[in-house]
Design a protein around this ligand. Structure first.
Ligand code: ASP
Ligand code: MG
Length: 482
């Protein structure tokens, strides 16, 4: 085998495994995580682990930073003291002997320096985005050290890697932009050899540093992004995002008891679904992996034998036109009827400027000659928005609406699909319809009270005879027998 081939095979065995806050929230969760990683090692794979801060820690660090920024030193230090205790207690539950002694020392040192930092912020009475990133980074810095120690204690050769030495970013504090070429070099230098020696590298997600070493963060929920960057940079064979659901489902199982797990879905389909409320992961964050054709798996750490959902750049052909049906409730339709300026140049801009001013996102738009209808999440700024729109048009609000979004690559260019959709829900009043420019979703607005009936009817119509190569039909067979 050539050297190049050997290197390729070694990289194919690399699997980046990301665990979120609930997967490391206490000693029990960390041990469960360790067993999952052990399972991969036993299969001959080489895991590289990315972890979030323990659950809720990021919020509390942000609260501490904000308190210090207001000059409330006592409040800030009180939050830090509670966090210190929680980490020390978890370490005591999790570790023993030398492993505990080492981590205890590290936790105390980290929290001492966090206290100093908070005192400094409180003394100046000003919190800059740069300092905020520094404060919030402690969550992932400490969780990753603790998880690495747990792996070491359990015979898995845990090796802590400070994410800030590899995840090189620009200096947009709070939402720093990763520098992929620099990251790839650092990973090759600092992570690859550690993994190749049979260790399990563990690093914090979400955090990074500028080229000159100032701490940054990638934005809230950024650990998935870190996993994709690490997987992409290492040219890993796979990325696994461990959460607390069984992957992506054909619809919400609380509405439809016979919802099925989707075994494989395209990146574009997953992106549409994420936007419409499927809570699994935000696909924009896995872009670095998709661009390199590295499959991303969504898996359930509470049900590790479940096969999850595989997200790939291109979906395999599927006999069913749709992959999944999502519903988003608590929406409001705003009808804007322009009497005078009727679709004149600049009119739409003036309408959208109002939404922009209140930072209000719009889900769906449809227009006619005289009116625009759009839908927004119900929010407390709506009265103000309507007041302002009232200056340029007649405005009518209708609350308690819901959006149904049906996604599938295989509706592209097929005829008769909308006929099937609307005849399945012929008893339901449909308000607005849109078939997105992406050609892979069909969305429409209905009354919130009709959601359950509509979703069940549509699910029965399109998933009555599901394609077994794409959907987990075995689970349905098992539950039908039970
Ligand atoms: N701990 C960070 C957050 O809560 C990043 C993450 O968990 O993905 O936003
Ligand atoms: Mg998350």
């Amino acid at each position: 085998m050539s050297e190049l081939q050997a290197a390729g095979e070694a990289r194919a065995k690399l699997v980046v495994m990301k665990f979120g806050g609930t997967s490391v929230e206490d000693a029990k969760a960390i041990l469960r995580t360790a067993e999952i990683v052990r399972g991969r090692r036993e299969r001959g794979l080489q895991p590289v682990v990315v972890v979030s801060a323990m659950a809720r820690v990021t919020d509390q660090l942000l609260a501490a930073a904000a308190a210090a920024g207001r000059g409330d030193k006592t409040g800030a230090l009180a939050i830090a003291a509670r966090l210190r205790n929680r980490h020390l207690e978890t370490a005591a539950d999790l570790l023993c002997g030398e492993h505990f002694a080492e981590i205890e020392k590290a936790i105390r040192a980290r929290f001492d320096s966090l206290d100093d930092l908070l005192r400094g912020i409180a003394a100046v009475g000003e919190l800059t985005p740069r300092t905020n990133d520094k404060v919030v980074s402690y969550g992932e810095r400490i969780s990753s050290q603790m998880v690495a120690a747990a792996f070491a204690q359990h015979g898995m050769k845990g090796a802590h890697v400070d994410a800030r030495s590899c995840i090189i970013t620009d200096d947009h504090y709070g939402k720093a932009v990763p520098q992929e070429a620099a990251i790839e070099r650092k990973l090759a230098e600092l992570v690859l050899p550690v993994a190749a020696a049979g260790n399990t590298p563990v690093m914090g997600g979400f955090i990074g540093a500028t080229a000159d070493g100032t701490t940054t963060t990638l934005g809230r929920g950024g650990s998935d992004f870190t996993a994709a960057l690490v997987g992409g940079g290492l040219h890993a064979g796979a990325i696994e995002i461990w959460t607390d659901v069984n992957g992506i489902m054909t619809t919400d199982p609380r509405i439809c008891a016979d919802a099925l797990r989707v075994k494989t879905i395209s990146f574009e389909e997953a992106a549409e679904l994420a936007y419409f409320g499927a809570k699994v992961l935000h696909p924009a964050t896995i872009l670095p992996a998709v661009q390199k054709s590295i499959p991303v798996w969504v898996l359930n750490s509470r049900n590790p034998t479940n096969e999850g959902t595989k997200i790939t750049a291109m979906a395999p052909p599927c006999a069913s036109p749709f992959k999944s049906i999502a519903a988003k409730k608590r929406l409001t339709i705003i009808d804007i009827v322009a009497s005078r300026m009727l679709m004149t140049h600049g009119y739409l801009k003036s309408v959208f400027d109002v939404f922009d001013k209140y930072r209000c996102a719009i889900d769906m738009v449809s227009t006619s000659e005289v009116s625009i209808s759009l839908t927004v999440d119900s929010n407390e700024r709506l009265p103000e928005i309507c007041d302002e729109l009232g200056r340029i048009a007649d405005v009518k609000l209708e609350g308690h609406k819901a959006l149904i979004c049906m996604v599938g690559e295989d509706i592209r260019g097929r005829s008769g699909i909308s006929g099937r959709v609307f005849s399945a829900i012929r008893h339901v009043n449909v308000r607005m319809i849109s078939q997105g420019a992406s050609e892979i979703n069909m969305s429409f607005m209905i009354e919130e009270s009709d959601v359950e009936e509509a979703v069940r009817s549509l699910h029965a119509e399109f998933f009555g005879d599901p394609d077994p190569t794409v959907f987990d039909v075995e689970a349905r067979a098992v539950s039908a027998k039970a």
